[in-house]
Design a protein around this ligand. Structure first.
Ligand SMILES: Cc1cc2nc3c(=O)[nH]c(=O)nc-3n(C[C@H](O)[C@H](O)[C@H](O)COP(=O)(O)OP(=O)(O)OC[C@H]3O[C@@H](n4cnc5c(N)ncnc54)[C@H](O)[C@@H]3O)c2cc1C
Length: 487
């Protein structure tokens, strides 16, 4: 992190100068204008089930096998045995629900957010693994005393048994699948290969687990429990069909075309696609899409990118992409006219159904993508409350849409602060990162609780900004974040 030393103080810049080129961006033409109590785009509905309903459903389905066993009056089999069957049944129910969590169903992700849903999917995977891992060992526990050799023999018998083979396959595969997903960034395979292997592996675990449960499970003879497992497994399979067949089919019938591909800053590209037949997707500014450029939708070669355009720009959709890996490093080479497919919209980084008397945006690098979409919508809707943008980059050539940002003060009550960690000689704005001091100075040390604070950028920057806002008394629910990485 570069220090502010040698440069004029952050406070002076934030108060007096919006950029190193321009006078302040603050629009003081109507100083006595009352701020609106609602944000632009607030009227848009956010589709999806309420979080409390989702949690309730999750708990009910997860505990349903225990409830059925209890209601059906099955006799107790001893503590270790009951614990083993109970844990594995709950674990298997949660495992089958993992398919629904990762199926990009907007009823599930719409209100909670795709990132939170995936985070939950990842965290719960460890719980499932723990429950399933314990399953065979708990059966062996009663044999431990007085003869531990008997416990070992029980375990050997279980792992060598033909009748338990399907259970063994599910058990070993789960041990492989969960750590592979957690540390996939360190695996020497492409994301797409990992994704396919993850989906296939999970399907095999579900089927093998179902076979084990219905054939040799302690309660396999109970028709109510069997019915429960078949229905839940059916939902999991339906979710796979939705992701791998129905969704691609829908995309195939609704193609887009690349209509513009230009470098808008150093190694950052703006991609515009246009719907070919039907109207483009309906979205709220700030949401993201999964974009497939030049591949069949059935190959699932798609990447998540935030929309930098607004609903008013439809049928065009724009995303702003930084070169950062296998696909994005070559994005500038993709010719105009290339077929594209869009899945979405997703995400809760929007103003929809949110009320605020003012807005503060914190962007780092290409994190400006969804934020420029929101700002453009504020301009289009002539939002009247105060709007602050603190936008950090490493070097000046990475600053996105600078002219457009600087012109926003003509329409909005807008205050822009550009921050560079490697500023050129003569740079008159703050140098360094979005530190607490810079944030305090730019917001005049005021953090109204009825404002909304949008944060998007590199994860360390986001964590630092979020911590600063919380430390300044901003309620967590007023901070809206978009992470470009799920893990
Ligand atoms: C909600 C969301 C919004 C995003 N918005 C933007 C944006 O507006 N602009 C932008 O430049 N970047 C955005 N990203 C990041 C962008 O998706 C990745 O940088 C891009 O997919 C990397 O692909 P790659 O093949 O070039 O890089 P790689 O080197 O292959 O991958 C780098 C990392 O990116 C992630 N990744 C790669 N492929 C995928 C994929 N198909 N699906 C999910 N993750 C993947 C993985 O974590 C991987 O380890 C966003 C990410 C998310 C989750």
């Amino acid at each position: 992190m570069l220090a502010l030393g040698g440069m004029p103080g952050a406070e002076q810049h934030c108060r007096n100068r919006a950029t190193d080129r321009e006078p302040p961006m603050r629009n003081d033409r109507q100083p006595d204008r009352p701020p609106l109590t609602t944000g632009a785009g607030w009227h848009r509905r956010r589709r999806g089930l309420a979080p409390w309903l989702l949690i309730g459903l999750y708990v009910v389905i997860g505990l349903a096998p225990l409830a059925i066993t209890w209601l059906r009056g099955h006799p107790r089999q001893g503590l270790a045995h009951d614990l083993s069957s109970g844990l594995v049944m709950v674990g298997f129910a949660m495992m089958l629900m993992q398919f629904l969590l990762s199926g990009r169903f907007r009823d599930i992700t719409g209100r909670v957010g795709a990132d939170i849903t995936i985070l939950f999917h990842q965290l719960i995977a460890w719980t499932i693994l723990a429950f399933v891992l314990l399953h065979p060992f708990l059966y062996a526990v009663p044999g431990l005393w007085p003869d531990p050799a008997q416990a070992v023999a029980t375990l050997r018998g279980m792992f060598g048994s033909d009748a338990l083979r399907s259970g063994g396959i599910a058990w070993w595969l789960l041990i492989l699948l969960v750590p592979m997903a957690m540390w996939r960034d360190r695996l020497p395979i492409r994301y797409e290969i990992w994704r396919l292997s993850h989906g296939l592996g999970a399907a095999v675990i579900a089927l093998a687990g179902l076979h084990h449960t219905l054939t040799v499970g302690t309660y396999s003879a109970d028709p109510w429990l069997a019915g429960f497992w078949v229905v839940l497994a059916g939902l999991a399979v339906a979710s796979l069909v939705h992701v791998y067949v129905l969704k691609p089919l829908r995309q195939f019938r609704h193609p887009y075309r690349l209509v513009s591909n230009r470098e808008v800053a150093d190694r950052i590209w703006e991609i515009q696609v246009e719907a070919e037949r039907r109207p483009a997707i309906n979205f709220a500014a700030g949401q993201f899409i999964w974009l497939n450029l030049g591949h069949s939708p059935f190959r699932l070669v798609e990447h998540p990118f935030s929309l930098s355009s607004t609903p008013a720009d439809r049928p065009r959709l724009a995303v702003t992409v930084r070169e950062s890996g296998d696909f994005t490093n070559r994005i500038g080479e993709i010719p105009v006219g290339t077929r594209a497919y869009v899945d979405g919209p997703y995400g809760t980084f929007t103003l929809a159904r949110r009320r605020a008397s003012g807005l503060a945006f914190f962007a780092g690098g290409v994190g400006l993508g969804p934020i420029i979409g929101l700002l453009r919508e504020l301009v289009q809707e002539q939002y009247r409350g105060p709007v602050h943008l603190l936008y950090g980059n490493r070097v000046e050539t990475q600053i996105l849409y600078r002219d457009e940002l600087e012109a926003m003060g003509k329409t909005l009550d807008f205050r822009l602060q550009l921050i560079l960690s490697e500023p050129p000689e003569g740079w008159r704005g703050p140098a360094g990162e979005l530190t607490p001091e810079v944030i305090d100075a730019c917001l005049d040390g005021r953090f109204p609780k009825d404002w909304l604070y949008f944060v998007c950028g590199p994860v360390p920057m986001m964590e630092s900004v979020e911590a600063t806002l919380l430390a300044r008394g901003v309620p967590a629910r007023r901070i809206v974040s978009e992470r470009f990485k799920y893990s």
